[in-house]
Design a protein around this ligand. Structure first.
Ligand SMILES: *Cc1c(COP(=O)(O)O)cnc(C)c1O
Length: 376
């Protein structure tokens, strides 16, 4: 493909850091680069209680362990998300409930959430789709009313702010991804931030296979041993080394995407005005990281036709999630009342187009021209 869908901003200096981690240090997790990354992340998120992990999926699993999710506990997730949002809780026996999304911004429909949430809800897991803020204040308010936890699946929102606060730090726990398809890419990798009081020490233990190794490393205990549940949720130093430079350039990389976003809006303005498709519109008081740029077409036929046209022209445009409530596994959790028509509708109409920070302005112009050609 001439224009890839995902193009991270990895430099030679970043690759040099990996080589250094490989040759000068022991590449196992938890070393120098892990600490540097955690410190940088703490600055970006405005939150000291943050740990680098092996993936966002694992961060979500850590959240399930931290909240003692067990058989029959109800957890509400959007139907329109990556399966990890649900599976991390389902493996602990949670009863998954699916919430619909708004057509207007592809974010969790908080009116639908209000009809689903109850005293039985242990946690709500909102996803900030595309790197844009959803109505987190309303979700927090609803969750507080029913004494439920909020775990933000902030996989796509590292360095994405709402009301001057990084998304992922509004709930009790935030889970972030550094997968190769994300804005800041470590290959695999993730992070967890813990805002809920008294849970952070346990998060350190859960990440280290249920041991108090971190306390041992800080000379707080003489030996380390098995003290809780957990698993191996530590990222390797090689991943941390690849990530470190990208995080030091986090704002520069975000700004680059902002430029691409504005260029798309400019070049596609006629089509947007004529309602040929909708594009993401950041909510007020937000500074998004523009993780995804999407076109929401008016029909499945136009989605298929434009996708084919872009792919034929070497542009790796793609659709996105299949609704979880209709997936083979998701159906295990659905009842006659389960409904999320907007998730199904968006799934059949959405097209993601390339906006990675490793692209050039010429790439964005090329993609735009192929869209304009086709739609005219
Ligand atoms: C990418 C993504 C995940 C999974 O992240 P990993 O780091 O690959 O485990 C989970 N949820 C959402 C919304 C994502 O975009």
């Amino acid at each position: 493909m001439r224009v890839p869908l995902h193009a991270p901003a990895i430099t030679d200096a970043d690759r040099q850091n990996v080589l250094e981690a490989m040759t000068e240090h022991n590449p196992k997790g938890g070393g120098e680069y892990t600490r540097r990354v955690e410190s940088k992340l703490g600055q970006i998120l405005g939150q000291d209680e943050v740990l680098l992990t092996s993936s966002c999926t694992h961060s979500l699993e850590m959240a399930a362990l931290l909240l003692d999710i067990s058989q029959g506990d109800e957890v509400i997730v959007p139907s329109y998300t990556f399966p990890s949002t649900a599976v991390a809780f389902a493996i602990h026996g949670a009863e998954i409930k699916f919430c619909d999304i708004n057509i207007s911004d592809i974010q969790m429909d908080t009116n639908h959430l209000e009809t689903l949430i109850s005293e039985d809800t242990k946690a709500v897991v909102p996803v900030h789709y595309g790197g844009y803020a959803l109505e987190i204040d309303r979700i927090r308010e609803l969750a507080d009313r029913y004494d439920s936890y909020v775990v933000e699946d902030a996989a796509q929102t590292v360095n994405s702010r709402y009301k001057d606060k990084n998304l992922g730090t509004f709930g009790d726990i935030g889970c972030y991804s550094f997968h190769g398809t994300k804005l800041y890419a470590a290959g695999e990798g993730g992070a967890i931030s813990v805002q809920a009081p008294d849970l952070f020490e346990r998060a350190e233990i859960i990440r280290q296979k249920g041991t108090n190794y971190e306390q041992f490393r800080r000379d707080e205990v003489e030996v380390y041993t098995w003290v809780d549940y957990g698993s191996s949720y530590v990222a390797s130093e090689l991943e941390a080394a690849l990530l470190f430079g990208q995080l030091t350039r986090a704002e520069e990389i975000r700004k680059r995407k902002e430029t691409f976003y504005e260029l798309y809006i400019d070049l596609l303005s006629d089509l947007i005005e004529n309602d040929v498709f909708d594009v993401p519109v950041p909510p007020a008081n937000s500074t998004p990281n523009y993780h995804i740029f999407y076109l929401l077409m008016d029909s499945h036929a136009s989605q298929k036709a434009l996708l084919a046209h872009l792919n034929e022209n070497g542009i790796a445009a793609a659709s996105h999630y299949r609704p979880l409530h209709t997936s083979p596994m998701g159906q295990k959790y659905t009842t006659e009342e389960t409904t999320a028509p907007n998730a199904a509708s968006v799934s059949e109409r959405i097209i993601r187009i390339p906006i990675g920070p490793g692209l050039t302005e010429a790439d964005i112009r090329y993609v735009s021209s192929k869209i304009v050609d086709f739609c005219e």
